[in-house]
Design a protein around this ligand. Structure first.
Ligand SMILES: C[S@@+](CC[C@H](N)C(=O)[O-])C[C@H]1O[C@@H](n2cnc3c(N)ncnc32)[C@H](O)[C@@H]1O
Length: 207
C-alpha cells in the first residue's frame, strides 16, 4: 500500500510513515471516513484509493477544512502553505492556475471519486454542531491544533462515530502544539477508551 504525494504538500511527509498509516486504516477496512483538516487533499486521495480498492464505488469520504490563511487561524498551528519546491509553485500558479489549498483544488485531486466525496469548508468550532453526520467508521482528526479546537473536534467525532468506529489523531506529541496531547489525554481519560500511540505521533482511540 503506497502513500502517494501527488506533487502537493501533506503533513505526512515521509512515505514510509504514510504507508504504515494506510496499513493502520486498512486493518479496520472502513467504508465511511471523515478527515478533519484536509489541507491539500493528499491523505484524502490516498484514503479514497484505499476505500475504492476495498469497496469499489460503495464508499464515502467526508473532509472538513477552514481553508483560510492568516491571523484568524494562527493559534491552530497550521502547516506552511508555501511550497519549498519552486517547481511546484510554478506548476500550480502558471500551469494549473489553481490553489491546491482550496475546496476546488482538493475536489480536483479527488475528481476520480466525485460521487463519493463531500468537502465541507468551515471552522470546526462553529460548524460541527450543525452537521448531521453519523455511523462514520473512521475519523482522522488533523485539523486545528489549538487545545479547544482538538477538544471540540474529539467531542463531535465521538458523536459521529459508528459503534465499532476508530478515531486516529495526528501530532499527538508535537512540542510546539502541546494542546493536542492535553486534549487527547483528557478525552481518553474522560471516556475511558482504549488507546495506542503509533509511530510516536498518531493516537488511535477505540471505544
Ligand atoms: C496538518 S493540516 C492537515 C493535513 C492533512 N490531514 C494531510 O494529511 O495532509 C491541518 C489542516 O487543518 C485546517 N484547520 C486548522 N484549523 C481549523 C479549524 N478550526 N477548522 C477547520 N479546519 C482547520 C488547516 O486549514 C489545515 O489544512
Amino acid at each position: 500500500m503506497k502513500y502517494y504525494k501527488y506533487f502537493r504538500k501533506t503533513s505526512i511527509k515521509d512515505k514510509e510513515v504514510g504507508r504504515l498509516f494506510l496499513e493502520e486504516i486498512q486493518k479496520k477496512n472502513p467504508k465511511t471516513f471523515l478527515e478533519i483538516g484536509i489541507f491539500h487533499g493528499v491523505t484524502a486521495r490516498n484514503i479514497c484509493n484505499l476505500m475504492y480498492k476495498n469497496h469499489g464505488s460503495e464508499f464515502k469520504y467526508i473532509g472538513i477544512d477552514i481553508f483560510e490563511e492568516g491571523d484568524g487561524v494562527k493559534n491552530e498551528v497550521a502547516p506552511s502553505f508555501k511550497f519549498n519546491n519552486p517547481l511546484k509553485t510554478f506548476y500550480f500558479k502558471y500551469l494549473k492556475r489553481q490553489n491546491p489549498y482550496t475546496a476546488e483544488g482538493v475536489k480536483d485531486l479527488l475528481s476520480k471519486y466525485e460521487k463519493n466525496i463531500q468537502i465541507i469548508q468551515g471552522n470546526t468550532n462553529e460548524i460541527l454542531k450543525d452537521l448531521n453526520l453519523k455511523d462514520i467508521d473512521y475519523i482522522f482528526v488533523d485539523g486545528g491544533h489549538d487545545y479547544k479546537t482538538v477538544k471540540n473536534d474529539l467531542a463531535y467525532s465521538k458523536k459521529f462515530l459508528s459503534s465499532n468506529g476508530v478515531i486516529i489523531c495526528d501530532d499527538y506529541n508535537l512540542s510546539y502544539a502541546p494542546g493536542v496531547k492535553k486534549a487527547i489525554d483528557e478525552f481518553i481519560s474522560e471516556n475511558k477508551c482504549k488507546h495506542e500511540i503509533i509511530l510516536e505521533r498518531f493516537a488511535k482511540i477505540e471505544f
